[in-house]
Design a protein around this ligand. Structure first.
Ligand SMILES: [Zn+2]
Length: 226
């Protein structure tokens, strides 16, 4: 299905919903949410969590050093809200959350097992923005196989599609929890502004939709909210 690949062709989702082209269960999940009302996707396509053994292997594969062991009271207060998102996706007891001391504002999911949050991201973003970015990272848990395939083949368009699909999964998650998707748009914009202001345009910029495109996609979720 080309809807999320096309990213912001806003009429596409509604056409998809009406055409109702049958998909296999696997295709249904690897094609991402069908649109702003496809909340069923979250439960139907939620992947099997990694086992404790697998998680340990991913933790061991992390580079030595750079981990921040102690958070300030203010930093810790900001991450309290992450539990609600993790619990919703049955990941509270699955992900190992690690804070890392790197210059960039960044959050990432390592091996569907370790949620990495940089100190600048933790300090710069508000609690709701961090919560929203975690919902995006959980989107990567759903689409890790697609992302790995796109990365291996250097398919920047497919990587952009994955980012947009993860935003869609995040928006559905936030909406299901009664939270605003605006926090995700503002987190994405702040991170882009922070990193580009200090480090310039990243080499992998073509693998990401722009913050403006992503904001436009997220607005679609708000305007179509029932
Ligand atoms: Zn992402």
């Amino acid at each position: 299905m080309t809807c999320l690949k096309a990213l912001l062709h806003t009429a596409c989702w509604s056409i998809t919903l009406f055409l109702a082209v049958p998909l296999s269960a696997e295709d249904r999940c690897t094609e991402g949410p069908a649109g702003p009302h496809d909340r069923d996707y979250l439960a139907l396509c939620r992947p099997r969590p990694v086992t404790a053994h697998e998680r340990e292997a991913f933790v061991r594969s992390l580079p030595a050093g750079g981990a921040v062991a102690t958070l300030t009271f203010k930093q810790r207060a900001k991450i309290d809200g992450l539990a609600a998102v993790l619990r919703f996706h049955e990941r509270e007891a699955v992900y190992d959350i690690r804070f890392i001391d790197i210059p960039e504002a960044w959050m990432g999911l390592h091996g569907r097992a370790v949620l990495l949050i940089s100190v600048p991201a933790l300090d710069m973003l508000g609690a709701k923005e961090l919560q929203a970015l975690v919902a995006h990272e959980i989107g990567h848990d759903y689409l890790m196989t697609v992302w790995e395939g796109a990365r291996a083949s250097g398919d920047a368009a497919r990587l952009r599609w994955v980012e947009a699909a993860c935003d869609a999964i995040a928006a559905l998650t936030l909406s299901a929890l009664g939270l605003s998707t605006e926090a995700l748009a503002s987190a994405i914009a702040k991170v882009e502004r922070y990193n580009r202001g200090r480090f310039g345009v990243p080499q992998n910029a073509s693998s990401y939709p722009s913050a403006t495109e992503r904001s436009r996609l997220l607005a679609k979720f708000r305007s179509d909210k029932r």
